[in-house]
Design a protein around this ligand. Sequence first.
Ligand code: SF4
Length: 390
Amino acid sequence: GACISACPVNAITAGDNTFKFLRDLSTPNKVVITQMAPAIRVTIGEAFGFEAGTNVENKLAAGLRKLGVDYVFDTTWAADLTIMEEAAELQERLEKYFAGDDSVKLPILTSCCPAWVKFIEQNYADMLDVPSTTKSPMQMFATVAKDIWAKEHGMERDRIISVAIMPCIAKKYEASRPEFSRGLNYDVDYVITTRELIKIFEDSGIDLKTIEEEEIDQVMGEYTGAGVIFGRTGGVIEAATRTALEKMTGKKVENIEFDCLRGWDSFRSCELEVGDIKLKIGVTYGLREAAKMLDKIRAGEEFYHAIEIMACNGGCVGGGGQPKARKRQETLQKRAEGLNAIDRSLPLRRSNENPAVLAIYDKYLDYPLSHKAHELLHTKYFVRAKNSND
Ligand code: SF4
């Protein structure tokens, strides 16, 4: 990392990694790499005079480089990789189920929200085979960065400082789970929230409004429309369904904006019909609504093939580390619309079309759910005591 002069020490609160980040940026032999969650690009601009929902990813890339970050990558790339694994799991479970195998566990639950994963570990110990075992995009990115990318570049794991810019505090907790480390070396060294990064930029005199745009680094920066909608409610399951249905029907599904998965109700049920396949999908956000959905499933009152649960209002656009919004609902919707606009503007909108993701399978991982993919890209869940803080 290069040196910077800012020192916003008086702004630091518990769990804030600002100081570590500034220290690492000024340590000469460390290589600092960042990833940024899909939802960051449509929210951080609000602090610099942009309308909510404006995509400022290239300004963000420029700002991070100015701070001294060596490589600016994108979690969205790993969101596409997550979908390759999660869609394959969905397809595998569905094909068994449709073939009459009643040992198969349904619904499958998307597993990228750590607040929700912890909640299910604490409160639904009998349902730990519901979440997909696919790691979250943040953790997937970090594994690939330290176990594949670093090796390709001739670097030891511990020379790399892997920093994740994330919409919430729960991601700090996720990064500290021991299964995501090698001894004391964690795949994600630490997490910086959107608001913490805003403060760092402000204290360093970096104004996203005026800074010249720069490109995000490749290859872990290339993404499709499916990856970017992860940041709003319904987006993860929409992305997974786009790929799974294409694989299951053997045909390109043309209309990939699944309207029934979209919307702002915190408890939504959607019946999706593509070709001969009929799926019932549930989407919720907020822990209370989500618990209601799981209770209904557990009691056999509702059946879903797949469900998406996010802890925050509207998904990660409403994360606890995001800029505070005055007109909350309106702002959240603009942020989500910003992600939808990016999705619509991209030539590639299915994760299975991402060339940088396909290349990593070719070179290292073989195919989704292969032995190698399982080793690197999947995780386990643990029963935890209620209200435990571990
Ligand atoms: Fe974090 Fe909230 Fe997104 Fe869950 S929904 S990953 S808690 S911002």
